[in-house]
Design a protein around this ligand. Structure first.
Ligand SMILES: [Zn+2]
Length: 295
């Protein structure tokens, strides 16, 4: 944070200068992002080519700071970021700042366009006890909230993931991310995950490497596993029938972590897979389609 706060007062001035730094310096900079068409809810891989003198690179997009990693495979730096569901369509600025060069040459800004996603509507019926939980379940819900809060607070400062994110289950997908749900006739919050039509007992795999920060039964989520991939990125697997990992365990991409089920608030057996980044839920389908460079 300091990295940016320290320089924020000069940023407005720099904005002008960084768009028009000397031709020689700006030629060495370029930025690309994936997906190329960003919408609210998109996870993003930014790829930046920077002058060779740069030794460390940080980015800031939509108010969220993140770091870049160098990759020999792409001769570039890459970083994970996201657009929250609540972000309005518009053009936003990606700021990048590197260590190793002077103030003007080490900073660059890019205009990034976000368009509005068109997410669908769906009607679902859920047992009333889960829509309006009976009073005696309040302690269970409070315990679940506390466990989740604690888990989300333990994200690693370093990236623990690398390479593409793998599908968590070998099954077709159904409920897509962002669907506005009409539950028992009443419009509720958007669906913030991707559902896999997985029958009970289907193997569930870690989408990428990380640490198990939660593996326990929660009121709504049922048996739930959360994996920390570092730097605020967490993947969540819900309604499981059986755990294959314990809290605190390190996992590698593709590792068996659980068997799917229909526990918690569920309309039937399925795997609900969610992606959380700095408290915002992002589209898991897009995450699975990204092509992060190899190291
Ligand atoms: Zn779901």
């Amino acid at each position: 944070m300091l990295f940016f706060r320290r320089r924020f007062s000069t940023l407005c001035l720099l904005l002008l200068t960084s768009f028009s730094v000397s031709a020689a310096a700006s030629e060495k900079w370029s930025a690309q992002w994936e997906p190329t068409k960003l919408v609210n809810g998109s996870p993003i891989i930014f790829r930046v080519t920077a002058p060779s003198q740069i030794t460390e690179l940080r980015g800031n997009f939509l108010g969220q700071e993140f770091s870049f990693r160098p990759s020999k495979a792409c001769h570039c730096w890459y970083g994970f970021a996201g657009v929250s569901l609540a972000t309005k369509a518009g053009t936003y600025t990606l700021h990048v700042e590197g260590k190793g060069l002077g103030e003007n040459e080490g900073t660059m800004s890019y205009a990034v366009t976000v368009t509005a996603a068109h997410y669908p509507f769906s009607r679902v019926k859920i047992p009333p006890a889960f829509v309006e939980p009976p009073k005696e379940t309040e302690p269970l819900i409070a315990a679940a909230d506390a466990a989740k809060k604690q888990a989300f607070a333990t994200t690693d400062a370093n990236p623990l993931w690398s390479g593409p994110f793998q599908r968590p289950a070998d099954a077709e997908t159904s409920g897509v991310f962002g669907t506005a749900r009409i539950v028992n006739g009443v419009q509720k919050a958007q669906h913030k995950g991707l559902d896999f039509r997985a029958s009970i007992g289907t193997p569930v795999h870690a989408t990428n490497s990380g640490t198990v920060i939660l593996a326990r039964s929660l009121y709504f989520e049922g048996n739930c596993v959360m994996l920390d991939h570092g730097q605020g990125l967490v993947t969540i697997y819900m309604h499981l029938s059986e755990f294959k990992v314990k809290e605190g365990e390190k996992v590698v991409a593709g590792q068996l972590i659980a068997l799917s089920g229909g526990t918690g608030r569920s309309t039937g057996p399925h795997l609900h897979f969610a992606v959380r980044w700095h408290g915002e839920y992002l589209d898991p389908k897009t995450l699975l389609e990204l092509h992060p460079p190899a190291k």
